[in-house]
Design a binder for this molecule. Structure first.
Ligand SMILES: CC(C)(COP(=O)(O)OP(=O)(O)OC[C@H]1O[C@@H](n2cnc3c(N)ncnc32)[C@H](O)[C@@H]1OP(=O)(O)O)[C@@H](O)C(=O)NCCC(=O)NCCS
Length: 221
């Protein structure tokens, strides 16, 4: 895990969560408005024990780029992608929240606009997907303004106390995939993470290997 990972945006910083973020985390997360648009895994009330479990990496895997949103010197939300595994390793699920004190001022639109291109380029990814509750038009708007396309919906996917809800499926594709990743894979060239990173940024940086299997086995070739 790269502890020093830091992305600078217009008035905000995205960085790793720290143990001393606990009070700020609780101040913004322990709010009944925040979990309405999130999975029920997000607790309410959000207790000190819940906050400690999150910061200890027992709720989500903090090895992934799970970044704190820092505004005015305090952590007030989070944004993360969770990459898939195996054949889905170049796709990821995006999630985010920000404290209600900051809503409606364009923060998350700008934060997604900084984070998603970085994640697609760096991990690399050629698909980032978000699922949005049908009652959360603000979140869908944030994604649509950042190049996500609405692909459809998972009907009747979520049961909430007020009844069944659809999940809107939005995704952004491209980045590494469009420029270098897919052609390299079709040609049977390097499919290891390290070389795809290079291919995603620079198409001419390709390596031909004896076979795809040997490439996966050894990232040093
Ligand atoms: C959803 C959330 C991330 C939005 O963050 P934010 O910083 O307030 O978003 P922004 O201000 O950047 O943009 C909100 C957009 O939604 C629009 N919007 C807000 N309420 C809306 C509504 N009821 N109907 C339609 N559009 C709405 C705003 O007008 C704005 O669009 P615009 O810039 O084109 O005018 C924030 O409310 C949040 O964290 N909610 C709780 C957690 C959550 O729902 N996470 C997303 C899970 S998918």
């Amino acid at each position: 895990m790269d502890e020093s990972l830091t992305l600078h945006g217009d008035g905000f910083v995205l960085r790793r969560w720290r143990q001393d973020d606990l009070d700020a985390l609780l101040r913004h997360a322990n709010d009944p408005l925040v979990p309405r648009g999130l999975s029920e895994r997000f607790p309410h009330p959000c207790t000190r024990a819940d906050g400690e479990a999150f910061l200890a990496g027992r709720v989500v895997d903090l090895q992934h780029p799970v970044l704190a949103i820092e505004i005015d010197g305090q952590a007030c939300g989070t944004i993360a992608v969770r990459p898939g595994q195996g054949e889905r390793r170049f796709s990821a699920e995006l999630g985010y929240w920000i404290g209600s004190a900051y809503w409606g001022r364009g923060w998350m639109t700008r934060i997604v606009g900084t984070y998603v291109p970085w994640a697609m380029q760096t991990l690399p990814l050629y698909r980032v997907q978000a699922t949005v509750l049908d009652t959360n038009p603000a979140s869908a708007r944030v994604l649509l303004r950042n190049g996500f396309v609405e692909e459809g919906c998972s009907r009747c996917a979520i049961m909430r106390p007020d009844g069944l809800h659809d999940l809107r499926v939005l995704a952004r594709v491209g980045g590494a995939g469009r420029s270098g990743l897919i052609p390299a894979m079709r040609a049977g060239e390097c499919v290891c993470q390290a070389h795809l990173y290079a291919a995603g940024r620079q198409i001419r940086h390709r390596h031909r290997h004896r076979s795809r299997v040997s490439c996966i086995a050894s990232t040093s070739t």
